[in-house]
Design a protein around this ligand. Structure first.
Ligand SMILES: CC(C)(COP(=O)(O)OP(=O)(O)OC[C@H]1O[C@@H](n2cnc3c(N)ncnc32)[C@H](O)[C@@H]1OP(=O)(O)O)[C@@H](O)C(=O)NCCC(=O)NCCS
Length: 207
């Protein structure tokens, strides 16, 4: 029986657990969280230890922390501890055969990633998100549910695109920038800018 360890006993973690079990590549899920032993379960799944116990477990692992920077840091720490980092794809996701997925990426139900796209480590392609052809995503990018990238977009490290947002083809979103829920991005977004609205405008900086 193949066991997948998930760090982060969150709702997002349960979505990843469901995708992993549905894929048939794993048969048992064990959550780890630093709230253990106070926290003993995540829905129907057991929480069996903290991150130190996980590092000693040797289990294939995926990190289910929503914060992009923390997710990447935890993944790098676990990799340095020698853990194999898993990539989880829901069977209903459509992923072109030439797509490159970095370690620790999760591609959730109904997502589409088209030809020539390249994703770094620890990216979240959430439910029904679309990554069109030839997009380049750096590490720890999160596309929220139903967010869409047109062809040839470039996203820097830890970019977060909010739920239902749309990004026009060939647009660059620089590192640590955030696109608000429902936005339409038609111009480049600079480092740490938070943009929102239709068309998207700068609303503040991501500190
Ligand atoms: C853009 C976002 C990050 C800003 O969050 P925040 O820093 O807490 O900002 P605030 O809520 O204080 O809003 C600041 C202003 O921007 C406006 N604003 C915030 N989000 C907006 C959005 N998505 N579209 C349009 N305007 C928005 C607010 O109304 C507010 O305007 P005001 O100053 O005139 O009152 C957040 O609203 C957002 O959209 N996050 C994405 C959430 C998401 O996709 N979740 C799914 C996860 S799976």
């Amino acid at each position: 029986m193949k066991i997948l360890a998930i760090l982060g006993a969150s709702g997002h973690g349960r979505v990843i657990a469901d995708a992993a079990l549905s894929s048939g590549l794993w048969q048992l899920i064990q959550f780890y969280d630093d709230a253990y032993p106070t926290l003993q379960c995540n829905g129907r799944f057991p929480v069996v230890g903290d991150s130190a116990a996980l590092a000693a477990s040797g289990l294939p692992t995926v990190v289910a922390i929503g914060d992009n920077v923390r997710r990447l840091e935890k993944q790098q720490w676990l990799q340095q501890a020698g853990l194999p980092i898993a990539t989880v794809c829901h069977p209903s996701a459509v992923i072109a055969c030439d797509v490159v997925l970095g370690d620790g990426c999760v591609v959730l139900a109904g997502a589409v990633i088209n030809s020539g796209a390249q994703l770094g480590k620890a990216c979240i392609i959430n439910s029904r998100a679309v990554v069109e052809h030839d997009c380049e995503l750096a590490d720890a990018v999160h596309l929220s549910p139903a967010a869409s990238l047109g062809g040839g977009c470039r996203l820097g490290t830890a970019v977060w695109v909010g739920i239902g947002a749309a990004v026009r083809h060939l647009i660059t979103l620089e590192e640590f920038s955030i696109v608000g829920a429902g936005a339409a991005v038609v111009k480049p977004v600079l480092t740490r800018q938070i943009v929102a609205g239709v068309p998207a405008q700068l609303i503040k900086m991501n500190k």
